[in-house]
Design a protein around this ligand. Structure first.
Ligand code: CTP
Length: 243
């Protein structure tokens, strides 16, 4: 039989840029998820580590909801505010080694910017957001699940300082939103994610021991992935010699 007509089984080869290692970090607003993510990135000492904030996946608001948002009367702390379908699609694309277009979110405008940003082939992706461990489809894609913990008063004071300085808010509005939506939804939806976490990190970025454990785990995962990549390449080489 001619070689060109031989039906081959699917290749065992996986390109090195596929199967990105995805770390999920959930926790209350103001618990320090972003700072913890940056600490992990700086200590990992790898060129291709990307932080993906779930804020990019807030749904677009209609006019009425947008007016509510500017009055601090819109609930951004319920899972229904997040477009999980698009998030899952983007994560699946990245996991398969494909490029993903990520929306850019403006907290000051309560809306997505026109521009998007592209993510392509990271070795490690950190997904951080209040609902990073919420959706079953996302959980199935995660290599490690972290819950970042801080006292509620620490979270509230951090949030007020940040929202006023960086997100175009005033103090009264921050407090109104906290008691109307952030606090009750934390209890209902955010806190229960502790149960599915692999590790719970109290004191966030101050917790050097936890960060070291996370780094060691990611490094081990990457070694395993590169070993299986090399084994697949070797197997592929042998099977082409056999042909
Ligand atoms: N939010 C808002 N206005 C919007 C969209 C979201 O006020 N238009 C708020 C929601 O109320 C939600 C919070 O943004 O509670 C999510 O961001 P947060 O977790 O506070 O920020 P991160 O930097 O991701 O996390 P951390 O504070 O833990 O570093």
């Amino acid at each position: 039989m001619s070689k060109a007509l031989t039906v081959r089984p699917p290749s065992p080869y996986q390109p090195p840029w596929a199967d990105v290692c995805i770390i999920g970090i959930a926790g209350s607003s103001g618990s320090g998820k972003s700072t913890l993510s940056h600490a992990i990135v700086s200590q990992l000492n790898l060129p291709w580590v990307v932080i993906l904030s779930m804020d990019s996946f807030y749904k677009t608001l209609d006019e009425e909801s947008s007016r509510k948002a500017f009055r601090n009367e819109y609930d951004f702390d319920s899972p229904s505010a997040i477009d999980f379908d698009v998030l899952v699609q983007r994560l699946r694309d990245l996991k398969a080694g494909r490029r993903a277009e990520i929306p850019i979110y403006s907290f000051a405008k309560h809306a997505r910017e026109k521009e998007t940003t592209s993510i392509y082939s990271p070795h490690v992706l950190i997904l951080e957001g209040i609902f990073a461990l919420y959706d079953q489809r996302v959980l199935e894609l995660l290599d490690m699940k972290i819950f970042c913990e801080a006292d509620a008063d620490t979270c509230l004071s951090r949030r007020i300082l940040r929202d006023v300085a960086e997100r175009g808010r005033d103090i009264e509005g921050c407090i109104k939103q906290w008691f109307a939506f952030v606090k009750p939804n934390f209890e209902q939806y955010v806190e229960p994610q502790r149960k599915v976490a692999d590790i719970i990190v109290p004191r966030g970025v101050e917790n050097r021991v936890a960060i070291t454990m996370v780094i060691q785990y990611i490094e081990r995962k990457l070694i395993q992935k590169s070993q299986s990549h090399r084994a697949a390449l070797k197997k592929l080489g042998q099977s082409s010699e056999d042909d």
